[in-house]
Each structure stands twice: as structure tokens, then as C-alpha cells.
Design a binder for this molecule. Structure first.
Ligand code: PMP
Length: 364
């Protein structure tokens, strides 16, 4: 039988796959619009595809277990030392390794209500106690989170911007928060959506590392860099923390195709710029349409928006499916009145909005 914390978990609910809905509706997969998993709607960078294809020639060899080339490129890109980087099979992998390295069965891990679903999973999987701090205006209540730290707390997860709410704290707020956390408690600043932020005082965890040795910043190639299928993410921390993480991660946790594609996409600055521009425009398109439709939403700094459709959200979700549009219910996050929609291409957003209007009309 599973240990107590694991028994209490519900499985992570991914977005419904396109192939599954296409089969159910008897449609061609190309007719389905999936705006459910915060994926990059541009399709992958051509440079990444060609690097990945090239890596396929070495399928019979183990990958470079140290990710030498990718770490070199990332360190130059971020202005850090390669020894500060830990690579993972998606940043989820890094989050799990962090929990396993730094917390145990007798410890507490603090995160926010409505925070990313993987935090309770990695916490409860190691038998630690999950301390979910009530949110404020859908975002993290950083003061309350700092106050929730006890002598048993080993880790604090902060998603900035957060998924599924899209809420963000600026650099001053993050810095003030870090100043309140004891030096022997690690803070994981999860910046999976970092590249999408467009504000003036956007937080940049990497810039804070030299002043806060207990900080770990996590980022990913799954979102703005468009490589979700390959599963590659990373953390940046002090070399001492990276050394510990490297002892526990699986020896070949990032595959060769992922390593090659990630190294290549880092040089595709045009792709990143197009990702950012498309997201800014798409977010505006969705949020303006919600305003016109009289729907409340949580203003987002990510590549998705949580829109309030009322207590019949699951019915609206089902109705959208029947129109060939997949979005994400967030009931599992304790947000039964919202649906989370990822930013798509302009025509996908338009089709989603039309389907939403029909679904809402049908739901009364
Ligand atoms: N953190 C947050 C806040 C996320 O939303 C996600 C993606 N859903 C991740 C981490 C993990 O991304 P990946 O494992 O694909 O790097």
C-alpha cells in the first residue's frame, strides 16, 4: 500500500490529448484546437528541429550525462557559471529532485493555494507535510507564506508567474520576501513563464542569486522556447546546491535529442522574439474579448488566462469539447468557476471565443 501522503494525492490531470478528442468526435486531429497545456502555438523552431534530427543519428548512445554543451550555452545566455546549472527532464524533474534532496518525512514544504499542481505531488511523495497558504486576490500572499515558515520548513515553492492563475509578484516584492526567509530554508522560484513577462519591474530570480544563497531558480524550454515534447528544464542555484542536486538526479535524465534541440533554440533569438510577440498579442485578444463578453478573468503574465465562467464551468468545458476545443478545467486547483485557456494563434483564439460564446449561451 502507498505511504499516507501518496494515498491522499490525486493524479496530475494533463490536458486532454488532441488524438483522443479527434477519435471521440470522428474528426481529423487537424480540426481540433488544443489550448489546454500552455504550449507554444507557433510550432517548434526550425533550428531546434534540425538539431534534434541530427541527434537521432546517435540513438544507440547514451546522452552526455553532464549536458556539457547545453550548460555552456545556458551559462553564457544567463550570465552564470555552468556549475550553477542543473538540467532536468522538464523542470518538473528538477522540482522533484529538489524536494528529494532537501526535504524529508519530518519536514514541511510551503506553497500557495492555487499554486502549480506539481508542488503537492513532490511534497507528499517524500512524506513531507504540504503547507498550502491561502492566496490573496488569486496570487501568492507572500507575507503569509513567510509567516508560515516554521523550524520544520525546509523548502518554499513560489511560482512567479503562477500557473493556473497567471499572477506575478514584481522584483521588489520577491526581494522583500527573500529577505524574510531564514538562510537555512530554500526558496524555489519557479519561473517557467519568465520569458513571457513584459513589465518594467519583472522579477528575475537569476539576478538575485548572488545575494540569496538559499535561492533556486527554475526555468524551462517547454513554453516560450517551444520544446515541451522533449522535456527539458533546469535550475540555477549556488554551485553547492547544484552539486547536491547532481548527486540525486538520474544520471541520464535529459536525452540527447532534447539536449541538442535546447542548445540550438537558445541561438534562435528570432524564435523567442516571435513567441513573445505572439503571446502578448494573443493575451490581449483574449482578455479584450472577455471584457466585451462581460466575463471576469485573472489578468495574466503567462501564456494562458483563467477566465471565470461560473459554477457550470465543467458543462462549459464539455460544450467546448463538443465544438472541438480543448481548454483546461481547474476544479482540481479548487477553482470550480474558472477555465484556463492557453494563448493560441489569432485564428485559434477566435475559434475558441466563438465556441465559448455558444457554450455559455447553451449553459444559460
Ligand atoms: N512550473 C510551472 C509553474 C508550470 O506551469 C509548468 C508547466 N506546466 C512547469 C513548472 C513544468 O514544466 P516542464 O516540466 O515542462 O518544464
Amino acid at each position: 500500500l502507498a505511504v499516507e501522503g501518496v494515498q491522499a494525492l490525486s493524479p496530475y490531470q494533463p490536458g486532454k490529448p488532441i488524438s483522443e478528442l479527434a477519435r471521440e468526435l470522428g474528426l481529423d486531429p487537424a480540426e481540433i484546437i488544443k489550448l489546454a497545456s500552455n504550449e507554444n502555438p507557433l510550432g517548434p523552431s526550425k533550428k531546434a528541429i534540425s538539431a534534434a534530427e541530427n541527434a537521432l543519428k546517435e540513438l544507440c548512445l547514451y546522452p552526455d550525462g553532464n549536458g556539457f554543451e547545453l550548460k555552456q550555452k545556458l551559462s553564457a545566455y544567463l550570465g552564470v557559471n555552468p556549475g550553477q546549472i542543473t538540467l532536468g527532464n522538464g523542470s518538473n524533474d528538477v522540482l522533484e529532485v529538489i524536494a528529494r534532496c532537501f526535504a524529508g518525512a519530518d519536514s514541511e514544504i510551503v506553497f500557495s493555494q492555487y499554486a502549480f499542481a506539481v508542488y503537492p505531488i513532490v511534497t507528499q511523495a517524500i512524506g513531507a507535510k504540504a503547507v498550502a497558504v491561502p492566496a490573496k486576490d488569486w496570487g501568492h500572499d507572500l507575507d503569509a507564506m513567510a509567516a508560515a515558515v516554521t523550524e520544520r520548513t525546509r523548502l518554499v515553492f513560489v511560482a512567479n508567474p503562477n500557473n493556473p492563475t497567471g499572477t506575478v509578484h514584481d522584483s521588489d516584492a520577491i526581494e522583500a520576501f527573500l529577505g524574510k526567509i531564514p538562510a537555512d530554508v530554500l526558496v524555489v522560484l519557479d519561473e517557467a513563464y519568465y520569458e513571457y513577462m513584459t513589465g518594467e519591474k519583472d522579477p528575475d530570480g537569476v539576478a538575485l542569486l548572488s545575494r540569496f544563497p538559499n535561492l533556486i531558480v527554475c526555468r524551462t524550454f517547454s513554453k516560450a522556447w517551444g520544446l515541451a515534447a522533449l522535456r527539458v528544464g533546469y535550475s540555477i542555484s549556488s554551485p553547492a546546491i547544484a552539486d547536491i542536486l547532481n548527486r540525486v538526479r538520474q544520471p541520464f535524465n535529459v536525452n540527447s535529442t532534447a539536449l541538442a534541440a535546447a542548445a540550438a533554440v537558445l541561438e534562435d533569438t528570432d524564435y523567442l522574439q516571435r513567441s513573445r510577440a505572439a503571446n502578448t498579442a494573443g493575451l490581449k485578444q483574449l482578455q479584450e474579448a472577455f471584457d466585451q463578453m462581460g466575463l471576469r478573468y485573472i489578468p495574466s503574465s503567462g501564456n494562458f488566462v483563467a477566465v471565470e465562467v461560473g459554477p457550470q464551468a465543467m458543462g462549459v468545458y464539455q460544450a467546448l469539447l463538443s465544438h472541438g476545443v480543448i481548454v483546461r478545467p481547474v476544479t482540481g486547483y479548487g477553482m470550480p468557476n474558472h477555465l484556463r485557456v492557453s494563448v493560441g494563434l489569432p485564428e485559434q483564439n477566435e475559434l475558441f471565443l466563438n465556441a465559448l460564446a455558444k457554450a455559455l449561451a447553451a449553459a444559460g
